[in-house]
Design a protein around this ligand. Structure first.
Ligand SMILES: [Zn+2]
Ligand SMILES: [Zn+2]
Length: 227
């Protein structure tokens, strides 16, 4: 009886990884969900798996009040994100946001008052036709009833290739690529939303700008975290 009722509210649609029929709320069949490398017990500062009692990450490098990533950036999560951005399949924003929501709900801390998507480069935006972080933030904003502002930062250009550069050169590139646009009337607690967290350099730069504008708690919410 219950499964009949739940199917009324969640009609079956193909799993977006394997095309099997599924009634799951995030749009993945049970088998594909079990394959996702979910983050489980990850460090709240850097998002990496914690072995033993504490993570050895440097708090100065990870100035976030929480890093909440749903999954590690491995198969099939990497495949999903690739499809979302490169195929492109903007309709995956909704199930991916629901996947993020599962991780966010496991976090007991207070909720941020504002979601700020990490903006995409203008050339990628033109190719893709949508801003992946903004789409994720919009769905999360609706699900959690948190406002979204996409006028806080501006991405002036695509990042030049970061490979082969030292940390200082990378940070200089990021400072050039992201500018603060409107830092007015920001609440004390903000979450930055992005698809993947890698070195954290972009998030660190944006968190620094937010902290400078009086924000005291900055969280990072992403679909995936690279290992
Ligand atoms: Zn599947
Ligand atoms: Zn850590």
């Amino acid at each position: 009886m219950w499964s009949f009722i739940s199917q009324l509210f969640q009609p079956e649609s193909p799993c977006f990884l394997c095309q099997n029929l599924t009634g799951d709320v995030i749009g993945l069949c049970r088998a594909c969900q079990q394959d996702l490398p979910l983050t489980g017990r990850a460090c709240l500062s850097c998002g990496m798996p914690v072995c033993g009692t504490a993570c050895a990450c440097n708090p100065a490098e990870w100035p976030f009040s929480a890093v909440l990533s749903a999954s590690y950036y491995q198969f099939p999560a990497d495949h999903l994100i690739h499809q979302f951005k490169e195929t492109p399949r903007p309709e995956l924003a909704r199930p991916l946001a629901r996947l993020m929501l599962q991780r966010i709900r496991r976090h007991a801390g207070p909720r941020p008052s504002l979601l700020v998507p990490v903006p995409a480069a203008a050339n990628r935006l033109r190719e893709r036709g949508f801003d992946q972080s903004l789409e994720l933030a919009r769905h999360l904003g609706t699900l959690l009833r948190i406002p979204v502002r996409h006028d806080v930062f501006q991405r002036t250009e695509g990042l030049p290739a970061q490979k082969g550069l030292n940390a200082g050169q990378r940070e200089a590139n990021i400072r050039q690529a992201f500018k603060a646009l409107n830092l007015w009337a920001l609440p004390k607690h903000v979450a930055l939303v992005d698809d993947v967290l890698t070195t954290g350099a972009t998030a660190r730069h944006l968190a620094g700008l937010l902290h400078g504008a009086g924000v005291t708690r900055v969280e990072i919410w992403t679909v995936a975290r690279t290992l």
